[in-house]
Design a protein around this ligand. Structure first.
Ligand SMILES: [Zn+2]
Length: 372
């Protein structure tokens, strides 16, 4: 099993027809509307996961010379980021045009909400701003069911309620482990999409690696996992794993854009998922194939054997740090990373050793000679 978390990119909304899923949020331009002669009639067409087409019909008593789409993506940010789309059109008193958001250039995770509005200007000097609308980029290919518990909304379409209950129970258990053993209380809410197969999961994204089993879209509060009802065991493991990435992503979020080294992020996730990788660890020890902590700070290899060894070691290293130094020290380590410290500086500041020192102490703890 391999699981991966996407740093960037990187809901039911039960099969709402994408086209009908916009609702006015507020009426911000009533004064302007009273004097303006421009009428704006927007509509939207979604083709998940490939594109969103924002359409606009604009009418005025004068020639309309400027039309702009403004949109805000709902994600974790320090300030509202407004983007713009400039549709191509020939100036006229009546304009019907569109602007297409091509997801190949900038992908959006399933279910993410986009708030948008249009502005226009004509040759008579009139300006107009439309209402604000909210649109959810839902995957309407499947008939999603959903259940909510605490901060989690679980969506699924394959399998019965018992199947979903089991996954929700695993998620709940994961959150308890994160709180009790790691000392982090989850912030915010998350949507977990359980796709009915790995191929369905991959089809829901434009750029997923073919070995992906689950993904956390950091900042978007979205997790997607491929779990067929016949592979519940995988889901029971993958769900708390990805949830850990989500909780930690929120906890570490900082203005520097700093994250956790991969061994720590994956080590925490594998610790919480409670699946033991001992066989892989023992294999790596026996075959002298252990990977250094320093190497494990970077994204893991896509080669299966090295990836499994990387997960196994990360789980073992995190277990060592928690059992030897406790969760308070771990909390200090998270704070150091949130403050933008480098890997070596963060470890040195909290534990008094750097990545090489951790490598040495951890190898000693599992009875391996510290010489390479
Ligand atoms: Zn992971």
């Amino acid at each position: 099993m391999k699981i991966h978390t996407a740093g960037v990119a990187v809901c039911i909304i039960i099969a709402l027809l994408a086209i009908a899923a916009f609702i006015p949020l507020r009426y911000s331009s009533q004064t302007a509307a009273a004097t303006s002669t421009i009428t704006l009639t927007p509509s939207i067409q979604s083709a998940f996961p490939n594109s969103i087409t924002f359409k606009i019909q604009a009418d005025s008593g004068a020639v309309i010379n400027q039309l702009r789409l403004h949109y805000v993506v709902e994600k974790q940010n320090y300030a509202e980021v407004v983007s713009e789309g400039w549709p191509v059109f020939t100036p006229a008193a009546s304009v019907n045009t569109q602007w297409v958001w091509d997801m190949r250039k900038s992908p959006l995770p399933v279910g993410t909400t986009v708030e948008y509005w249009w502005t226009a200007r004509d040759d008579a000097g009139h300006t107009e701003e439309s209402d604000r609308y909210s649109f959810a980029f839902d995957d309407t290919l499947h008939n999603w069911k959903s259940m909510v518990e605490g901060p989690i909304t679980l969506f699924w379409y394959d399998g019965d309620n018992e199947f979903a209950d089991s996954l929700m129970a695993a998620a709940r258990q994961g959150l308890e482990t994160i709180e009790n053993d790691i000392g982090i209380v989850p912030e915010g809410t998350v949507r977990i999409y359980i796709y009915g197969s790995q191929s369905d999961l991959l089809s829901s994204q434009l750029f997923a690696p073919d070995w992906q089993g689950g993904v956390t879209f950091q900042g978007y509060d979205v997790i997607a996992i491929g779990v067929s009802p016949g592979q519940l065991a995988f889901g029971l493991s993958a769900t708390p794993h990805e949830l850990t990435h989500w909780v930690m992503g929120h906890h570490i979020f900082n203005p520097y854009g700093a994250g956790l080294p991969v061994w720590l992020d994956e080590g925490l996730a594998t610790y919480v998922q409670e699946e033991q990788y001992d066989n892989w660890l023992n294999y790596a020890i026996t075959k002298n194939k252990l990977i250094s902590v320093r190497t494990l700070s970077s994204p893991f290899s896509a080669i299966a054997e090295q990836a499994y060894i990387s997960y196994a070691e990360s789980q073992s290293i995190v277990t060592f740090l928690l059992s030897e130094y406790g969760k308070d020290k771990m909390a200090e380590l998270f704070d150091a990373f949130s403050d933008g410290a480098t890997d070596d500086a963060a470890l040195m500041q909290v534990y008094g050793f750097d990545q090489d020192g951790l490598d040495r102490l951890w190898r000693q703890s599992i009875g391996v000679s510290t010489s390479p």
